[in-house]
Design a protein around this ligand. Sequence first.
Ligand code: G3P
Length: 219
Amino acid sequence: MKFFLDTANLDELKKGANWGIVDGVTTNPTLIAREGRPLEEQIRRICEIVDGDISAEVLATDTEGMLREGRALAQLHPNIVVKCPLTRDGIRATKTFAQEGIRVNVTLCFTAAQALLAAKAGAYIISPFVGRLDDIGSNGMDLIRDIALIYRNYGFKTQILAASIRHPIHVVEAARAGAHIGTLPFKVLDQLFNHPLTDKGLEQFLKDYAKVFQETSVG
Ligand code: G3P
């Protein structure tokens, strides 16, 4: 399972990249706006930090506008994946981008029917929003399982990216459900490391060794 960071914050990206387990980045207009720099400038900086797929979302809502913006974004760096919303215009743009060899992450997916549309249009990635479904009392992980089954049935190559992840259990459940990618807020990625028994066990190892050899360093 690939781990992407769902953030445009450069400090979080540097910390995550330093752990050596971050495979890419997703952004959206909200995350970009939070950092206060124009989209293309922030995306350029992100491409310098993480060597992997970097999703950059168009702002236009009409097909021609999406194509214009997406082609410009794709020119910024080979790792750019253009993000389009799952609308009629977004699917039409996805189809054209796929024919032009521009990779698309189709975002704001909330049903298996929508995911079918994205795969048929040649999407590189589909982003079902697990957390936002959970937030309204639906089971977001059921959607991941449905999409994985349907894509397997027809051999669709579109990668399933579990998005809107709220906590470590979402990550584990998405992996169980067969998502290819999980995009995590930095806080959730950091939480994955934590267990009190790991900390306690390490502390005891070092204490036991130090009792015999005084020094805590091995050798
Ligand atoms: O970036 C797409 C998705 O991960 C947004 O998540 O937390 O705004 O529902 P969230």
